[in-house]
Write a protein that binds this ligand. Structure first.
Ligand SMILES: Cc1cc2nc3c(=O)[nH]c(=O)nc-3n(C[C@H](O)[C@H](O)[C@H](O)COP(=O)(O)OP(=O)(O)OC[C@H]3O[C@@H](n4cnc5c(N)ncnc54)[C@H](O)[C@@H]3O)c2cc1C
Length: 547
């Protein structure tokens, strides 16, 4: 049994445990999968931080679902496909929009209280949705309400064994199957967890950029470990930048939810002009990629690196009640949403690229499933429609469970006890100061050369600098900071390679040397897998499947 190649045991103590199902990650996708799988199977859930240290917990706007009187799954499908700029998998989107409403109602039954008026769910407007469609909770605290309800089901149920603050390093492979994972606990010991099936739900990788809305845990570990295990990765060039993140150097930065613009907030340049008016028929509520491109044009024109969000014309009592998280977050940082213009700049927000799955969560590796942000189901195409990702976690987390039920019913019920074949030479690892410094350099490098706008020269330079960063590091020791940095480097490499291959501009991928969308050559996905012989990434492309 092998683990890929990231670590050496370095004499660490080994512990063993086993489950029917191991879920890695406790955001909306992992919690949904764990709660569902626990109805039939013995489930282990590992999270690298505490249960509330997830991207899910930070989600503000809400969950998109076609439940309004003037809405339909068909309309939600159309909006999602349009936002995805020709790269969505239409069959997967259909699954999302048709199964979404039932999953949202189940979540309510589980204890998530969504905001209602006169007994009816309140539906918010967000960019590129043609009707109000976004269910929300606590005003702008949807993520914490939803995550708490799911976490409560885990904690009060008896069949999920929860391991918080444990860092999964690598997946365990045996004869081409995924049979578990190896993790580092907070005492520095290694645990080998064997499982009949593994569900990867590790979330995103926004931390690969210096300006991000993503929490510190979003370091692409799931992407990197799946790649090392041999999984096929898809569309790794597509990182969505959110247009309205608070300008500044804080990590993570505060998000100013799109719902603010949905309620009528404006975007203004330094001269006070609403630059989105006349730039797109939906003005401030254009799709995110469109807003970000126009912001970039303003930056270039005015020689600046930020613009302004203006909510001063909206009622202050309403703002406080509707956006308590944003209001308090700004207040804590010395800003007043009611009376001041708020400086904003785009920040990395959602990783569209991920582990290739079908619409049942199956990856290219038998025994390995993926759902949530770490997966590439094809529903987002080249640009994610706002509030479709919490829905994705719910719908595909649930479908993964249904597939697990099928698979585990027919597969061998024994969890094999196998010996861990892991290098055991002593490793000194890297000095924590060097690791922190290289991580900061990596973030700036990615923002400067592989951020909103990309060019061939810039990407080549980025690839060279990335090699330099890697060469300055010794192989990682058993410390979370080092392992995260190595995972971030892997994700950065995939981003750069895929962005270099896609010689067009589409959705969130903007090439200033190939400014047009090129359907004739590029209605294709970029795929990456690891060559088992050389250990190097192999990049290829494949046409979008028509369905
Ligand atoms: C500020 C903000 C606001 C957002 N608002 C919305 C919104 O309103 N609506 C919407 O649809 N989307 C929103 N999004 C996006 C959405 O929140 C995420 O895409 C979604 O929550 C991801 O869920 P997930 O379950 O895939 O991963 P996460 O919620 O990120 O959870 C990942 C889990 O994996 C664990 N993990 C990671 N690596 C390891 C490892 N090595 N070992 C063990 N565990 C590991 C983490 O500890 C964590 O438990 C927002 C994103 C941000 C950043």
């Amino acid at each position: 049994m092998t683990t890929g190649s990231l670590i050496s045991r370095s004499g660490a103590e080994l512990r063993y445990s086993s489950y029917d199902v191991l879920v890695i990650g406790g955001g909306i996708a992992g919690l949904t999968a764990a709660v569902g799988a626990a109805n039939r199977w013995h489930v282990g859930l590992i999270t690298k931080g505490a249960l509330d240290e997830t991207t899910t917990f930070l989600a503000q706007g809400g969950i998109a679902a076609a439940i309004g009187d003037y809405d339909s799954p068909e309309l939600h499908l159309e909006d999602t496909l349009e936002a995805g700029v020709g790269l969505c998998d239409a069959a997967a989107v259909r699954v999302l929009v048709e199964e979404g409403p039932a999953r949202v109602r189940e979540l309510e039954k589980l204890g998530a209280t969504f905001d209602r008026r006169n007994g009816k769910l309140i539906l918010a407007s967000e960019g590129a949705h043609s009707v109000p469609r976004v269910v929300r909770a606590g005003g702008d605290a949807t993520g914490s309400v939803v995550a708490s309800a799911l976490a409560e089901a885990i904690i009060s149920g008896s069949r999920v064994e929860l391991h918080e603050n444990e860092f999964v390093i690598d997946l365990l492979m045996d004869a081409g199957r995924c049979v578990g994972a190896v993790s580092l606990d907070r005492e520095g010991g290694l645990t080998v967890t064997l499982a009949r099936a593994v569900v990867l739900a590790c979330g995103g990788a926004g931390q690969v950029y210096s300006h991000t809305t993503n929490p510190l845990v979003a370091t692409g570990d799931g992407h990197a470990m799946a790649y090392r295990a041999g999984a096929v990765m898809r569309d790794m060039e597509f990182m969505q930048f959110h247009p309205t993140a608070l300008y500044g150097s804080e990590n993570p930065t505060l998000l100013l939810t799109e719902a603010l613009r949905g309620e009528g907030a404006y975007l203004r340049d330094d001269a006070g002009e609403r630059f989105m008016v006349g730039s797109h028929p939906r003005a401030e509520l254009a799709p995110r990629d469109v807003v970000v491109r126009h912001m970039k044009d303003v930056f270039d024109r005015d020689g600046t690196d930020h613009v302004w969000l203006d909510a001063r014309h909206l009622d202050c009592a309403f703002l406080r009640e509707r956006f308590p998280t944003v209001h308090k977050g700004l207040e804590a940082r010395g800003f007043d949403l009611c009376t001041e213009l708020i400086p904003i700049a785009p920040a990395s927000h959602y990783y569209i690229g991920g582990v290739l799955t079908d619409s049942w969560g199956r990856t290219s590796i038998p025994g390995l499933y993926a759902c949530g942000e770490v997966a590439s189901t094809g529903i987002h195409g080249a640009n994610r429609l706002a509030s479709n990702s919490l829905l994705e976690g719910l719908v595909f987390g649930d479908r993964t469970v249904r597939e697990l039920n099928r698979y585990l019913s027919v597969s061998d019920p024994a969890v094999r006890k196998v010996r861990l074949d892991l290098a055991d030479e002593p490793r000194e690892g890297n000095d924590p100061t060097l690791v922190a410094d290289r991580r900061a350099v990596l973030g700036r490098l990615m923002a400067d050369l592989c951020g909103i706008v990309r060019t061939k020269e810039g990407l080549e330079k980025a690839a060279g600098s990335l090699e330099g960063i890697q060469k300055a590091l010794a192989p990682p020791g058993l410390s979370v900071g080092e392992l995260e940095l190595f995972n971030l480097i892997t994700v950065a490499r995939h981003l750069i390679l895929s962005a270099a291959m896609r010689e067009e501009s589409r959705g969130v991928h903007l090439r200033s040397d190939f400014r047009e969308r090129d359907d004739a050559s590029w209605r294709r996905h970029v795929l990456i897998h690891r060559d088992p012989g050389t250990g190097e990434p192999v990049v290829s492309s494949r046409p979008v499947e028509e369905s």
